[in-house]
Design a binder for this molecule. Sequence first.
Ligand code: ADP
Ligand code: ASP
Ligand code: MG
Length: 410
Amino acid sequence: MGLIVQKFGGSSVADADRIRNVARIITETYKRGHNVVAVLSAQGDTTDDLIAKAAEINPHASKREMDMLLSTGEQISCSLCAMAVEAMGLPVVSLTGWQAGVQSNSSYGNARINRIVTERILTELDRRCIVIVTGFQGINKYGDITTLGRGGSDTSAVALAASLHADLCQIYTDVDGVYTADPRLVPGAHKLDEITFDEMLELATLGAQVLHNRSVEMAKRYNVNLEVLSSFSGKPGTRVKEVVKIMEKSHVSGIAKDKNVARLALVGLADEPGIAFRIFSLLAREKINVDIILQSIGRGDKKDISFTVAKSDAGEATRILEENREYIGFDHIDVNDKIAKVSIVGAGMINNPGVASSMFEALFNAGINIHMISTSEIKVSVLVDLDDADRAVQVVHNKFFGEVELQSAL
Ligand code: ADP
Ligand code: ASP
Ligand code: MG
């Protein structure tokens, strides 16, 4: 007998039939002799709907009250699922984040789990009770409810798996596993049987929504046995692990796209020491994350610095820099939020210098202009126009994984 943590995303619990389906998966696992802790997201688009509801009342609501509101979505799906398990005649209890002992810091809206006090869950498991825990939420030192950031139920599940020393953490979703690119966007994307933690972390951070990036980070740190699979198909999914057995034929494992990007360019800076320090320390002080940075070669005594931030941070970053125009010394700021980041990820690329140029060739052949480039040992990211982003993902995918064979409908 083992302990299995099973997480079900919003589309897996979207309506009564799907909740019954989830209850069936949980109870079948239980009947095979395992202890089960299930972690559920809010039903369907509930979280988005709650955000819209809040905006109707107060578009500037405090983050604390937003968390109070958003956490309710998960409570609904968990209690409904527990009722479905009850109807199947098995012992079950649903628990909110605080009942389950999920303690977080106080960054409302984007809280991090500090620790999980597992006593209550362990007591329930000892009684051979199925435990269903609300994803996405915790409780801070003031006793307030916090949420973990969009997509955070994955992180709740992995954190529980790590704290409970679970044998397996299964992330059930609406696709069969992790694909070479978003299967809803890219015809011809294929499922990976295995992927390394490092590659998955990059893909998740660079926009592949299938796993919350902090869940992957945590799974790697605590060596959680992680699997992504469909709650509908019953097919084997993708194993995420430290080392994978078979090296993919391609040096690239996957392609990701991130539309939540804006580029800021500071034009007409003095070409002298200390300028970059001034700019980025001001942004760091306000906790604004900067991604790709590009500095032009000096022209006379002037230079430009461009960098990217999350689209949601662009307004705040511009305000801070404008307020400090004298201190930094620049002519003007140019802001472009009609851009996207397209990235290739693969542990195999480090020893294969041709990989980046193959990506650039695919984009060139498609007439897609690259605005910025950034590379690391296992990824290459380019910034392209937002309108080109979907096509860019497709042509780069074709380059590394072959053209899609379009079947005739006739
Ligand atoms: P859940 O509600 O189950 O948490 P999400 O919507 O957060 O599900 O994540 C699943 C979605 O991630 C898929 O429907 C798919 O469109 C998207 N996705 C993006 N990139 C990938 C990828 N490389 N592999 C699989 N799915 C991906
Ligand atoms: N319900 C939350 C969201 O929509 C958390 C999650 O689904 O993981 O972001
Ligand atoms: Mg998700």
